[in-house]
Design a protein around this ligand. Structure first.
Ligand code: CTP
Ligand code: MG
Length: 228
């Protein structure tokens, strides 16, 4: 099974507020995007395509391994993944779509996603349970009801797809339609989405606090991190 990964790295990172695109911000001395690429490869991905802000191609080329393909992303994550998918090798059997903003995704998670695809799932996402009490509120912020949390899951990346299934689903998505993840794109096309266990270490770096936690996780090493 030939697996290609698309790493979405074309965002600006406005909530992190750094002096450069979020994917180039360093964690323990290395850009987030480099951590993400390494994790995918260690988990069994053969080829990697990284979508970047068009104005930053050179900065990404300077830090990424030479065999990683760099593609201009778009104004939204959906547009960036669409661009990456167009560039992903036609020879690929499966495509994984990952956020550069998830630098510490363990290779085991990548391997679980690939195993589910190898077993025949057309689409698969890593998920975690919801541990907090979860409620609905009205327009004034008052609690209206509690939501049973047993069937709720938080969805992470990398999300894995049969390549042709993902290409067809993106082709069917109207131009300008924005969905929050790629599983939503295939679900809109009627494709069932399976789940495998995610990992707390796959947490997305969104704000400065997340980056501080990721630094701590690297410092502590595997024994000091919390697994789901
Ligand atoms: N992304 C992308 N192209 C975009 C927007 C986002 O490839 N036009 C990528 C980001 O680089 C990131 C991932 O999608 O790796 C998840 O998005 P998010 O965490 O929201 O990152 P940013 O959009 O960069 O951050 P912010 O929303 O705070 O500006
Ligand atoms: Mg964003």
């Amino acid at each position: 099974m030939h697996a290609v990964a698309i790493v979405a790295a074309a965002g600006s990172g406005s909530r992190l507020g750094a002096d450069r695109p979020k994917a180039l911000v360093e964690l323990a001395g290395r850009p987030l995007v480099c951590w993400a690429v390494d994790g995918l490869r260690a988990g069994g991905v053969a080829e990697v395509v990284v979508t970047v802000p068009a104005a930053e191609r050179e900065a990404f080329a300077a830090v990424l391994p030479g065999d990683v393909r760099i593609v201009d992303g778009g104004a939204t994550r959906t547009a960036s993944v669409r661009a990456g998918l167009a560039a992903a090798a036609a020879g690929a059997d499966v495509v994984l779509v990952h956020d550069a903003a998830r630098p510490l995704t363990p290779p085991d998670v990548v391997a679980r996603v690939l195993a589910a695809l190898a077993a025949g799932a057309p689409a698969v996402v890593p998920v975690l349970p919801v541990v907090d009490t979860t409620v609905l509120v009205d327009d004034d912020g008052a609690v209206t009801e509690a939501v049973p949390r047993a069937p709720l899951r938080r969805v992470q990346t990398p999300q894995g797809f049969d390549r042709e299934t993902l290409v067809a689903a993106y082709a069917a998505l109207p131009d300008g339609a924005e969905l929050t993840d790629d599983a939503a794109v295939v679900r809109a096309a009627g494709v069932p989405v399976a789940t495998v266990a995610g990992d707390e270490r796959s947490a997305k770096v969104t704000v400065a606090h997340d980056l501080a936690l990721a630094e701590l996780a690297v410092t502590l090493g595997p024994s000091g991190t919390v697994t789901a």
